[in-house]
Design a protein around this ligand. Sequence first.
Ligand SMILES: NC(=O)c1ccc[n+]([C@@H]2O[C@H](COP(=O)([O-])OP(=O)(O)OC[C@H]3O[C@@H](n4cnc5c(N)ncnc54)[C@H](O)[C@@H]3O)[C@@H](O)[C@H]2O)c1
Length: 249
Amino acid sequence: MLQRLEGKSAVVTGAGRGLGAAVAELFSQQGARVAVSDVDAASAGATASRILDSGGEAFGLQADVTSEEDAERLAALAVERFGALDVLVNNAGIASAGTVCEVTPEEWDRVMAINLKGSYLCSRYAVPHMARAGGGSIVCISSASGVIGQQAQVAYNVSKHGVIGLVRCMALDHAADGIRVNAVCPGVMRTPMLDALSAEQLDALEAMHPLGRIAEPEEIAEAVLHLAADESSFTTGGVFLIDGGLTAM
Ligand SMILES: NC(=O)c1ccc[n+]([C@@H]2O[C@H](COP(=O)([O-])OP(=O)(O)OC[C@H]3O[C@@H](n4cnc5c(N)ncnc54)[C@H](O)[C@@H]3O)[C@@H](O)[C@H]2O)c1
């Protein structure tokens, strides 16, 4: 049976753990060659090793999405190693809590730099390669927080709203280049991002979702795969809530 990403090469940011690692591994299972990047070199290497051990093609790369130099190198290396860059997943992100009075200007800048500017920078250097090759697919990981307001999450929430704006603008600007751009908005997922939460806080998050639980990262990765693959060839500028019904209330 033909795999869904047969012959494609992909860059996934923040792929050392959590959703990024799940996406990188699923992409490989579906035939993609994967550039596994993360600000943490060891975890990027570990994800790449798991892919290689299971017979896939991948390399690990330390790249900070807030660095223009790293973003440029990431796209260039994928093209150099794989001959093309067909899919970019802007996944790297950090959590942040607090109201406008509580979040410091430094924390605000850090959240915007990683969650929003990082997606801009990585896209900026991927788009020309994709356009030259006749097209590609960019998937940005926003959040259910990107479509609703929330209390005491202001920097994170605004950064994820910004990602949706970036997706819509890039979809319009690069449709003629054959580049599709879409956003995936997960509800709460069981990843190391939640490690700091208590059992009671986790229970409350589970109860908040109409499906009565939080997502496994693999469930969100399936949506990312669909948007990366040619099966979604008429889908661009879309905002896809994969949130267990959270925002339906
Ligand atoms: N976990 C959730 O409940 C949840 C819900 C909705 C959306 N999201 C979004 O999903 C994406 C993945 O989150 P996750 O839950 O897997 O988080 P995670 O913390 O488990 O993993 C994030 C990865 O990003 C990497 N990273 C952090 N800063 C980076 C930088 N500057 N450059 C490159 N890599 C960097 C980290 O090293 C880590 O490997 C994020 O964009 C997050 O905002 C998460």
